[in-house]
Design a protein. Structure first.
Length: 119
């Protein structure tokens, strides 16, 4: 399990085309990718299971905790990204609710695009 940041502090100012915004790079794939949005309500859980392919979990709202096979939960907040390798056991839970974008693909290398989160 690896942790990265995609918050405003990890982005770069974009001014091309008369623009004024900050872009935080996340990932680039050359193989097909499945992208979805998970909505976990109060006391929501994504049960303990193995990742079928590499998976990147991007928290956009709320808070929760994640774990892998070590059974130690780590708190996650908006702007945090969690990466699980294929076959890695993992679980996500929240007391108050959480929304996350999930990217699954055979080929994911988040370390090429996002800074690591210091735990």
């Amino acid at each position: 399990m690896e942790f990265y940041k995609f918050d405003i502090g990890s982005g770069k100012q974009i001014s091309q085309f008369n623009s004024n915004f900050i872009m935080s790079r996340i990932i680039q794939t050359s193989k097909p990718a499945h992208i979805g949005c998970m909505h976990l309500g109060e006391n929501g859980i994504v049960g303990y299971h193995q990742a079928t392919v590499p998976q990147l979990f991007l928290v956009v709202n709320g808070e929760g905790s994640v774990r892998n096979e070590k059974d130690e939960y780590v708190k996650v907040l908006p702007g945090d990204a969690v990466f699980w390798e294929q076959d890695e056991w993992h679980e996500t839970r929240t007391d108050t609710g959480l929304t996350a974008i999930v990217i699954e693909s055979e080929e994911l290398s988040p370390s090429l695009f996002m800074p690591e989160k210091k735990l």
